[in-house]
Design a protein around this ligand. Sequence first.
Ligand code: UDP
Length: 324
Amino acid sequence: MTWMITGGAGYIGSHVVKALVDGGEQVVVLDDLSTGDPARLPEGVRLERGTVLDRDVLDRVLRENDVDGVIHIAAKKQVGESVERPLHYYRENVEGLRTVLEAAAEAGVRRFLFSSSAAVYGMPDVDLVTEQTECLPMSPYGETKLAGEWLVSAVGKAHGMATASLRYFNVAGAATPELGDPGIFNLVPMVFERLTDGKAPLIFGDDYATPDGTCVRDYIHVEDIATAHLAAARRLAADPDAALILNIGRGEGASVAEMVDIIRDVTGITEPAPEVAPRRAGDPARVVASAELITKELDWSARHDIRAMITSAWEGWLLRHPRD
Ligand code: UDP
């Protein structure tokens, strides 16, 4: 099987590429290198530089490589930016997906895997979020992912494609330091940055209705995200009728205060102590996956714990930000 992986040179995409290559699949990557880096790709993987909005490039790459399946990861993913630039996000995430789906359908591709997000749930009021929990996204970013899932399902039905939308929870960690997250947009790298600058880590709100008052999330190692994609790809290859929507999480929550404690321990930088800052607009108190369905459907479960995520993320951080 040959898989075209869009966004394969990015942080999550490069881990998915590695998992598929290690699993013996053929891979071609389409990436515009806006945030991706060719150095993230394993040797021998073909990289086509281009955007998912470019039909000509898509048609050529699908045809030249005899692509059997698409894993569409390329997208914009900053919630705050999506509020400022909704038109940009709908174009990149929804029109980008629509263009890839159209090219794939016309090229006779029969398997399509889509990167979705826990952001589709918005502010869920349940202990564990199942795939049946109501989707009420709170940002244009979350909306583009939910609209994307609808489009993937509809096209799958109409064009006879096996499909899967995978809802990522909070991704962290790295398979190797070289594959670490280059962005500083999430809790773990934001705390690394504060600590290495000699500043107090910030905890956005400690008066939520959670056990310690800080927000609870389901953090998942990016390598686990990647193996879930390999399992889903194999399922789509074997089951032409698949139409899956699955959470990828560990089914366990960790609070911001707990995360910051482990980060201080792993980095050995314990001063200055964390400071409580005002709540960040739009943050739900608790978002933790039920991982029951993905375990049942794909016989997959996460292997790495939080300490492994933070330790590997820290090694990646040190490679990018050497300390004297
Ligand atoms: N957070 C925090 N301090 C930071 C960065 C993030 O307290 O410096 C909190 C944030 O408010 C949220 C959690 O950490 O409750 C995870 O945030 P992130 O942006 O990583 O992911 P999100 O769950 O918002 O997608």
